[in-house]
Design a protein around this ligand. Structure first.
Ligand code: MEV
Length: 302
């Protein structure tokens, strides 16, 4: 039996969500699946994800951040160090702003519970993913972990968690820039830009754009959702988390007819997203491909 953690895109509200504002986020139709193979002769707790060239052992590769995250997940589950070989299949790139670390953590936690014949307690899975995310990213809002576990589309707030919302299916164009980035470095960059002030007008505007974009999504008003996304990109760029490549991928999408485009996730690299009329999607993907970005269409909601 395999266990899944979903990848995600943040449509609106990244970074502001760390300060208590809402984020509109959606699970992708792909993520990380995990199988657990018992190693009855003993041996360490291992994790292999060949697609990411990741092979770690809880404990003995303690200098590897994912090895420490694996140990943190096992501790949060109160699982000790079972003799298990966890083997993951990743359908999303890592370090691309698509929630790969949270997807991995949720898939690992679920697979370890299955292997131990324990119930898939959502609170325990959340706690395990939070322990891993805190170790890897500093002070995460929890939006990635919530989506990785729950799937679907929702509005996430730090204080209230994920509120699922019923949306019509939405096609989102995802363009991984190929530039890796560090979520914690980007979160620190925003903290420096706003001087740690949660009332900063730029954060408040990102929160208001999330509200407006959520209303637009619920009304299937894609031009209005796209406008909110493009404005959010400008505000995020003003906070220092974009770069020329992400800016030009967004500009290329808009020039090819997209309703709107923005960076998604922490920024500084990672991915951009765009929404476009169906007949313009191919043109957006072609523009991206001309700059070595293999974009794809993900359907969210519905
Ligand atoms: C990362 O996917 C989203 C950020 O808002 C960080 C977080 O919410 O923890 C940048």
């Amino acid at each position: 039996m395999t266990s899944i953690g979903w990848g995600k895109v943040i449509l609106l509200g990244e970074h502001a969500v760390v300060y208590g504002y809402p984020a509109l986020a959606a699970a992708l139709d792909r993520g990380v699946t995990m199988g657990a193979i018992p190693t009855p002769k003993g041996g360490p707790l291992r994790l292999d994800v060949p697609a990411w060239e990741l092979a770690v052992t809880a404990g003995s590769t303690a200098d590897h951040p994912v090895a420490r995250a694996l140990a943190a997940i096992a501790d949060a589950l109160g699982a000790g160090r079972p003799a298990l070989s966890l083997v993951g299949e990743a359908q999303i790139p890592h370090s691309a702003g698509l929630g790969s670390s949270a997807a991995l953590a949720v898939a690992v936690a679920r697979a370890m519970l299955v292997a131990a014949n324990r119930a898939p307690d959502p609170a325990l899975i959340d706690a395990a993913a939070a322990a891993s995310e805190t170790l890897l990213h500093g002070r995460p809002s929890g939006v990635d972990a919530a989506l990785a576990a729950a799937g679907g589309v929702g509005v996430f707030r730090r204080a209230a968690g994920l509120r699922p919302i019923p949306t019509p299916p939405l096609r989102v164009l995802v363009g991984p820039s190929g530039m890796p980035r560090s979520t914690s470095a980007m979160v620190e960059a925003v903290a420096a830009a706003v001087g740690g002030n949660a009332s900063d007008a730029r954060l408040a505007e990102l929160g208001a754009l999330t509200d407006d974009g959520t209303a637009a999504l619920l009304a299937s008003d894609l031009p209005r959702l796209g406008a909110a996304m493009s404005r959010a990109h400008e505000v995020l760029a003003g906070l220092g988390v974009s770069n020329p490549r992400l800016d030009s991928l967004c500009e290329a999408a808009r020039a090819a007819g997209a309703h709107g485009a923005k960076l998604t996730g922490a920024g500084g690299g990672g991915a951009v997203i765009a929404i476009a009329p169906r007949e313009k999607e191919a043109a957006v993907l072609t523009e991206w491909r001309a700059t070595d970005v293999n974009g794809f269409v993900a359907t969210i909601g519905g």
